[in-house]
Design a protein around this ligand. Structure first.
Ligand SMILES: Nc1ncnc2c1ncn2[C@@H]1O[C@H](COP(=O)(O)OP(=O)(O)O)[C@@H](O)[C@H]1O
Ligand SMILES: [Mg+2]
Length: 421
C-alpha cells in the first residue's frame, strides 16, 4: 500500500492492533513469553510471523502523529509477538527517537551527515563514501563493513526495475499456498452494475450498498414497514428507491412525485397517477390484506410458521414505492380509513418504502404520524427536525453514503449510483 491510501492505512492499523491484542491474550492464556516459545510448543499450529516493511520512513512524519504512535507501539510490542518491522530512512532524525530505540539492528549506508552515522552506530574506524553503492556498516558485537548485494543483475535503473519485477513474478508463480487477498478498500466510482464484483454479505436480494470494513454487498432489511429513506433534496433518495425497484420483479405500486423521476416504471409496476387509480389501489390493497389475514389463520393453525411475520415472508412480495411522502399524504389523506389500511398493510408484510425530505413531513395528522413512527429505513444526510432514527450529528453520512437503521441498530454503507442495465 502507499501512504496516500488513507482508508487502507487505517484498516491496516486496525488489523495489526487487533493482532497484537489477540496474540498478547493468547500468550497470557498459554503462559508463554514470546513468539518463538509459543511456536515451539504449538508445532502443529504455529503462528505466522508478520513483517511490516516501510520504505522511506521519512514520509511517516507527514502522515499523522497517530500513525507514528501506531509504529511506536508496533515496534515496541510486536517483536516478542512475531510482528517484525523493517524500515528505511534517509536521515536518522526522520525517525522519532522512541521508534528508533525499538530497533535492535541497524544497517547504515552512506549518509551525507557523518554525525548521523556515529549517532546511529557509534564510533567506527570505517568510513563510508558514496562511490561504491551498497557499502554499509553493521553493528553486532563490533561494527563491520559490508557490501549489500543486489537482488538482480543490472546495468541501469530501468534494467533494475524490469529485472526485479520479473524476479518477483517468478517467486509469485512458484508460490502454491493460499492466495492472499489485499486489504479491501471502497471503490471511488461505484454503480449498481458493479455489485457483481463483490461478495454478498448475506443474500443477493435487495442489495443496497457496500460495507465499509469488508467491502461486501449489503442487503436492505425491508421486513419492517414503513421503510423511510430520509435526506435533504438531492441526497440520493430517489436513487435509493431505484436501486431497490430495479431488483424487484414482483408486484409493486408506485407513487411518483412531481419530478416524475419514477415515470419510467409505469410499465413494470402499477403506476398510480389519478384518483381513479388511487381508488383501485385501495380496493386491491384491502382485498389483499383480507386475503392475507385469512391465510394467516390457516398457516398458524398448521403449525408451519412460528409467527405472522415468518408467514407473510413466505407469500409473494408486494411493495409500495413512494418517492415523496408529503405528496403521497396529500393524495391519500381524504380516503376514509387510510391510516388503518396503511397500518394493516404494514403488519400484513406489504413493503412500504418511502422517500422523505428532511425539511418536510411536518404534519401532525394521523398519516404523517404513521410514517414518523417508522423504526427502519436509511438516512442519507441531515435529518432536519425529524427524529425517527437515533443518529448523532457527527455521524451524519456524506453524499454517496447512508446509515441503515433497523430497530435502533445503525450501520454505515456506501451507496451505488443507480444505472439502468
Ligand atoms: N450514491 C450515489 N452516487 C453517485 N451519484 C448519486 C448517488 N445517489 C444519487 N446520485 C445522483 O445525485 C443526484 C440526486 O439524487 P436523487 O436520488 O435525485 O436525490 P433526491 O431524490 O434525494 O433529491 C442524481 O443525479 C443521482 O443520480
Ligand atoms: Mg427525488
Amino acid at each position: 500500500m502507499t501512504f496516500d491510501s488513507e482508508e487502507k492505512l487505517n484498516k491496516f492499523q486496525k488489523i495489526i492492533t487487533a493482532e497484537i491484542k489477540a496474540r498478547k491474550q493468547l500468550f497470557g492464556k498459554e503462559m508463554v513469553q514470546n513468539f518463538d516459545m509459543y511456536n515451539q510448543m504449538h508445532k502443529d499450529k504455529p503462528l505466522k510471523a508478520i513483517f511490516m516493511v516501510i520504505d522511506n520512513f521519512d514520509v511517516v512524519k507527514e502522515i499523522s502523529m497517530d500513525f507514528e504512535d501506531f509504529i511506536t507501539k508496533t515496534t515496541r510490542d510486536g517483536f516478542g509477538l512475531g510482528i517484525y518491522t523493517i524500515i528505511t530512512a534517509t536521515r536518522s532524525n526522520a525517525v522519532r527517537f522512541s521508534i528508533l530505540n525499538n530497533f535492535k539492528n541497524k544497517v547504515v549506508q552512506y549518509l551525507f551527515d557523518e554525525g548521523d552515522v556515529m549517532g546511529l552506530l557509534g564510533r567506527s574506524k570505517y568510513k563510508l563514501n558514496d562511490e561504491v553503492k551498497g557499502r554499509a556498516l553493521i553493528k553486532h558485537k563490533y561494527i563491520s563493513l559490508m557490501q549489500v548485494y543486489a537482488p538482480v543483475k543490472f546495468e541501469d535503473d530501468v534494467e533494475f526495475i524490469t529485472n526485479l519485477k520479473s524476479t518477483i513474478q517468478n517467486v509469485a508463480d512458484k508460490y502454491t499456498g493460499e492466495k492472499l487477498i489485499g486489504i479491501p478498500v471502497l471503490p471511488d466510482i461505484f454503480t449498481t452494475k458493479d455489485f457483481a464484483n463483490y461478495k454478498y454479505e448475506s443474500t443477493n436480494e435487495n442489495l443496497i450498498g457496500l460495507s465499509l470494513d469488508n467491502v461486501e454487498s449489503v442487503s436492505a432489511d425491508l421486513s419492517d414497514s414503513p421503510y423511510l429513506v430520509v435526506g435533504p433534496s438531492k441526497s440520493g433518495k430517489t436513487n435509493f428507491l431505484e436501486i431497490l425497484m430495479s431488483q424487484n420483479n414482483e408486484k409493486a405500486y408506485v407513487f411518483d412525485s412531481d419530478s416524475m423521476a419514477l415515470y419510467k416504471y409505469r410499465e413494470k409496476f402499477d403506476y398510480i397517477n389519478n384518483d381513479e387509480e388511487i381508488q383501485t389501489f385501495i380496493e386491491e390493497l384491502t382485498d389483499e390484506i383480507e386475503d392475507r389475514k385469512d391465510k394467516l389463520e390457516d398457516a398458524l393453525n398448521s403449525g408451519e410458521y412460528g409467527n405472522p411475520k415468518e408467514f407473510y415472508k413466505s407469500l409473494p412480495s408486494i411493495s409500495i414505492y413512494i418517492d415523496d411522502v408529503d405528496q403521497f399524504i396529500q393524495k391519500v389523506q381524504n380516503i376514509p380509513n387510510i391510516v388503518k389500511i396503511l397500518e394493516q398493510s404494514a403488519s400484513a408484510g406489504i413493503h412500504i418504502i418511502a422517500g422523505v425530505n428532511s425539511a418536510k413531513l411536518k404534519g401532525f395528522d394521523e398519516v404523517s404520524k404513521f410514517f414518523k413512527n417508522s423504526t427502519s429505513g436509511a438516512v442519507l444526510g441531515q435529518m432536519g427536525a425529524l427524529s425517527m432514527f437515533p443518529i448523532n450529528m457527527r455521524d451524519i453520512p456524506t453524499f454517496g453514503y447512508a446509515i441503515l437503521c433497523n430497530n435502533g441498530e445503525l450501520r454505515k454503507i456506501k451507496l451505488p449510483k443507480f444505472i439502468e442495465s
